[in-house]
Design a binder for this molecule. Structure first.
Ligand code: B1M
Length: 208
């Protein structure tokens, strides 16, 4: 059985969706879902690390994430039945006025790969919508992406909206090509990360 788990991890690392799905379907018949989840997470962790080290690029991450997504769909009912559903919820979106979503989608995929429940609000998301989603889903973290210098102030207004509300203690993380740690500090974010792999590490710290 361990061999099958190792094969599943390898299939995720290589982005082999069909192989990964077949192995997951076989494994759910007889293996504890937690072990299968760990194999998937371990595969995606490796993908995240290699992406960060510039050993692989966006297309490889996307195929691995797609494979992971398919396997998670098969595994989800078993995880829920075993009480192993994701513990933490992250609401994420690209801020108001900004339509860039490729980087945001990568962050979402790696966060899901690390077993976070991610509510993806898409692009051009106004502060009110972020507020409502955080409230509705009892989120632990709010994650904001911006790719334009002209939309960075929308991060600030979103954080102001949260800090001036009943959800003022929500942990907020920010990222995107023009965003810096200095800007994150200036607008009162709880964390900044420069790429998708570090975003996962940051999210873990924020909920830890
Ligand atoms: Co746009 N665009 N664009 N564009 N575009 C940039 C960003 C730009 C740098 C190009 C340039 O001029 N050199 C420039 C911004 C300049 C600036 O503000 N400093 C620009 C501009 C000006 C514009 C328009 C205004 C152009 C126009 O219409 N005149 C317009 C604006 C539209 C709008 O948003 N309102 C526009 C439109 C578009 C397209 C629609 C054509 C398309 C977007 C398609 C889409 O996303 N679905 C597009 C694209 C593709 C780009 C470039 C070429 C690529 C962006 C990208 O996807 N990168 C970009 C130039 C470039 O970066 N080379 C450019 C790949 C992606 C994996 O990286 O998004 O950085 P990135 O995400 C990374 C990290 O930043 C980080 O993790 C990701 C993975 O490691 N990250 C986070 C992202 N979010 C995070 C959140 C986190 C943590 C990490 O925590 C919450």
């Amino acid at each position: 059985m361990d061999e099958k788990l190792t094969a599943l991890e390898t299939a995720i690392k290589a982005g082999k969706r069909k192989d990964a799905l077949a192995l997951t379907q076989e494994l759910v018949q007889s293996s504890p879902p937690g072990g299968i989840l760990n194999a998937l997470i371990s595969g995606m962790n490796d993908v995240g690390k290699r992406f960060k080290a510039n050993e692989i690029f966006v297309p490889e991450v996307l195929v691995a994430a797609r494979a992971m997504k398919g396997c998670l769909e098969v595994l989800e009912p078993k995880l829920a039945a075993a009480g192993l559903s994701p513990e933490h919820t992250i609401v994420m979106g690209t801020v108001e006025g900004d339509l860039h979503d490729i980087g945001k989608n990568l962050v979402v995929m790696l966060l899901k790969g690390a077993n976070f429940n991610v509510i993806d609000l898409g692009v051009n998301v106004p502060p009110e919508k972020f507020y409502e989603a955080v409230k509705e889903h009892h989120a632990n973290v709010l994650a904001l992406s911006a790719l334009l210098t002209t939309t960075m102030p929308a991060m600030k207004s979103t954080i102001e909206k949260m800090r001036g509300s009943d959800l003022k203690d929500i942990k907020v993380m920010v990222g995107g090509a023009p965003v810096t740690q200095a800007y994150a500090d200036e607008i009162g974010a709880d964390g900044y990360s420069m790429d998708a792999a570090s975003a996962v590490e940051l999210a873990k710290e924020l909920v830890g």
